[in-house]
Design a protein around this ligand. Structure first.
Ligand code: NAP
Ligand code: HSE
Length: 445
């Protein structure tokens, strides 16, 4: 047996506790795979008096970050969450000669460049499988398994909380507040759940997926991000009537330049996070509850789907422990830095940038709330037509006399900028009683 791989654990909440449980429950398999033990040498927490799981060795807990580095870990495993003190501790760890494993997508999406630079200087690994898709091995797959192929698009359900909530609202007619409370109680939600329901957690993850898929850094706060809070029960019902499910989707597509020989030719990345309509028979439409799924379409392979639990103690911890094993193997073989952190040698990547969202094109679902009176449909379609938007299907719900009614339609392919301009005009019409709800449609299978 090789020497034990020593781990300094930063954080012992949902994921940290799961890591300790997996190291104990799966020890025999881990040792057989790694050829060595994984030994946790110190654990940083905020509150020493908190009740802990029996898997947590109380004697290793400390509130002093210095104690963790003083214990001489080979690997710092960061499951604190947030930006600070995580950033400072990881930079200090790299300087002290530690490799890094983190589940913290927020940290990587904001400070990844700085951390990866420091890791290059220190010639250490930074591995982050659990930062996207919880237990699904998607980062390793994109970095290694698909290394030969050109990625065309990603359609992903990568926020377990939002998916859990939309599934509950759609299947059990549960209220928004109830399903959010359930997701929090199960440990899926971020400390600030607006990160989940507002789409920001998924945007951070999408920014990481874009980096390892296309080789370009798109800051998460430049990605169009829309939350799930504007959906109503009737949107699920209308979508179903049209043959669609409503899912919280993160989308990224690479558009090759029309004229690759032009001096300013560059690949444009279309990226957004929002609730979308997808066909009821699409595999992603059957991704329910806290499950995540990432559909990758690449040039040679075509579509491939990765499905599994995207949050929660044990699935997430399993991904973190796999990263520790990868670092351990690199330490044993002297192969640290074998892969570029984000899969590409940046200086060799073709020119790329973010496509302005107004230029994106897809079909749209539009739900107008209008007074039921003569000429309404004619005016709606005239305004849409004036912006080049063509209607594919339309339904009007039966009205209760005197009450506003929903008029719902699906468009053909439409430019996002045109749809927004048309809605700005329509929402100012006297018979429109509430702002129009729009959702994008992705006809994937
Ligand atoms: P959590 O349950 O809130 O645990 C955070 C841990 O960090 C706690 O042990 C806390 O100490 C400790 N901590 C926080 N701030 C600290 C500070 N300033 N000094 C010392 N200790 C501090 O969080 P989590 O759900 O395990 O998530 C951890 C990370 O994994 C996050 O980056 C999250 O985004 C990511 N992640 C989570 C999941 C999931 O399903 N939960 C899935 C994928 C990725 P105390 O125990 O004393 O409070
Ligand atoms: N809050 C996140 C989610 C945890 O719901 O997906 C996993 O990153």
């Amino acid at each position: 047996m090789s020497d034990a791989i020593k781990v300094g654990l930063l954080g012992c909440g949902t994921v940290g506790t799961g890591i300790l449980r997996i190291l104990s429950e799966n020890r025999a398999d881990i040792v057989a795979r790694l050829g060595a033990d994984i030994e946790v040498v110190k654990i940083l927490v905020r509150d020493l008096d908190k009740a802990r799981d029996p898997a947590v060795p109380e004697g290793l807990l400390t509130t002093n970050p210095g104690d963790v580095l003083a214990a001489g870990p080979d690997v710092l495993v960061e499951v604190l969450g947030g930006y600070e003190p995580a950033r400072t501790l990881l930079l200090a760890g790299l300087e002290a000669g530690c490799h890094i494993v983190t589940a913290n997508k927020a940290l990587l999406a904001r400070h990844g460049a700085e951390i990866f630079r420091a890791a290059d200087v220190a010639a250490k690994d930074v591995i982050f499988e659990a930062s996207v898709g919880g237990g699904i091995p998607i980062i390793r797959t994109l970095r290694e398994g698909l290394a030969a192929d050109r990625i065309d698009s990603i359609h992903a359900i990568i926020n377990g909380t939002s998916n859990y909530m939309l599934t509950g609202m759609s299947q059990r007619a549960a209220s928004y507040a109830d399903v959010l409370g359930e997701a929090q109680a199960r440990g899926y939600a971020e400390a600030d759940p607006t990160m989940d329901v507002g789409g920001f957690d998924a945007a951070q993850k999408l920014s990481i997926l874009i980096s390892v898929s296309f080789g370009v850094d798109i800051p998460f706060d430049e990605i169009t991000t829309e939350g799930i809070d504007r959906l109503t029960p009737q949107d699920f019902a209308f979508a179903r009537q049209f043959g669609y499910a409503v899912k919280p989707l993160a989308v990224a597509k690479a558009h090759l330049p029309k004229d690759p020989t032009a001096a300013d030719a560059k690949i444009e990345i279309e990226a957004r996070v929002a609730p979308h309509l997808i066909p009821l028979d699409a595999m992603l439409a059957h991704t329910n509850g806290v499950f995540n799924a990432v559909r990758v379409h690449s040039h040679a392979l075509g579509p491939v789907l990765f499905y599994g639990q995207g949050a929660g103690m044990m699935p997430t911890a399993a991904a973190v422990v796999s990263d520790i094993i990868e670092v351990g193997r690199n330490i044993q073989r002297g192969t640290s830095g074998r892969l570029p952190h984000l899969a590409f040698h940046k200086e060799l990547v073709r020119p790329m940038g973010l496509r302005p969202s107004a230029e994106s094109e897809c079909p749209f679902y539009l739900r107008f709330t209008v007074r039921d009176e003569p000429g309404v449909i004619a005016q709606l379609s005239t305004l849409l037509g004036a912006h080049g938007i063509s209607i594919r299907r339309m339904v009007q719900d039966q009205s209760e006399p005197g009450k506003p009614v929903p008029v719902v339609l699906l468009t053909h392919l439409a430019r996002e900028g045109s749809v927004k301009a048309a809605l700005a005009g329509i929402d100012g019409l006297p018979f429109v009683t509430s702002p129009t709800c729009y959702l994008r449609v992705e006809d994937i299978h």
